[in-house]
Design a protein around this ligand. Structure first.
Ligand code: APR
Length: 240
């Protein structure tokens, strides 16, 4: 069984990764739904929705600015680095739900940010949008046009960036192998991407510390951490 899977992975030309908060957990960035998850302490409906933002922009910004500083001080871990390394051997795309930019900082060159980026800031009114890594001293921060700025992230109830989503669906539907890492697959439409890959005959691998609702439909579901499993997986794939 494992020989068949490792042979298929070695022969795969196009490998797509779908990643979630779990791949950044070992970089010191909390997940949302795990035992220490953010949603255990905070109510997402009070912090990660457009209504919450307009109801209390200062509160929402205080939460995002704290996360932004933590993320800017975090580093990619061996899981992110292993995925970037694999680009030397295979065609790789990363479809990430994470907003932390760690895949790009690890060196991955084809990253689709399904839920946006906490490092990119945009105006709620004018077309200002830019990466800002300095700390905001005044919250909520204001645009030069005088209106409130917001993180360029997708809040609950908002649509994913259309171009990113359409490209992600194409990537998922045309890969030979999909490796799903550190996501509970609780949030749509991102959780449809493994379904598209499986429907198109990709070999399906999961890396997660816990079982998910798709674990049983994977060809291989590794109950391991990203930092432990990904360098080993990449070692097997790259020794084709
Ligand atoms: N290695 C591998 N997997 C891990 C690790 C680790 N070190 N630590 C945690 N996990 C797994 C958990 O078992 C869980 O299944 O990562 C998953 C994290 O799940 P969530 O916290 O739900 O994060 P995610 O799936 O990315 O959430 C999707 O929900 O709140 C929204 O927009 C937010 O993008 C986020 C989306």
């Amino acid at each position: 069984m494992w020989n068949t899977i490792s042979d298929k992975l070695r022969n795969a030309e196009k490998i797509v990764f779908v990643t979630g908060a779990g791949i950044s957990q070992e970089s010191g960035i909390p997940t949302f739904r795990g035992k220490d998850g953010l949603w255990r302490k905070y109510d997402p409906m009070k912090l990660a929705t457009i209504d919450a933002f307009y109801e209390d922009p200062k509160l929402v910004w205080e939460w995002y600015e704290e996360r932004r500083q933590n993320i800017l001080n975090a580093s990619p871990n061996p899981g992110h680095l292993a995925i970037a390394e694999l680009e030397k051997y295979k065609s790789i795309s990363v479809l990430t739900q994470n907003i932390d930019g760690l895949h790009q900082r690890a060196g991955s060159s084809s990253v689709y940010e399904l839920h946006g980026s906490i490092i990119t800031i945009k105006c709620t009114v004018c077309d200002f949008k830019n990466k800002i890594t300095s700390e905001f001293l005044q919250l909520p921060p204001l645009c030069k046009c005088g209106n409130i700025l917001r993180p360029d992230v997708v809040w609950f109830g908002e649509a994913l960036p259309q171009d990113v989503w359409e490209s992600a669906m194409v990537q998922a539907s045309t890969c030979d192998a999909m490796i799903v890492v550190g996501t509970s697959l609780a949030v749509s439409p991102a959780n449809l991407l493994p379904v598209y890959a499986k429907q198109n005959g990709a070999i399906m691998i999961e890396v997660n510390m816990e079982q998910t609702h798709m674990s049983s439909s994977m060809d291989l579901s590794l109950r391991a951490s990203a930092v432990k499993a990904l360098p080993e997986l990449v070692g097997i794939i790259s020794h084709s």
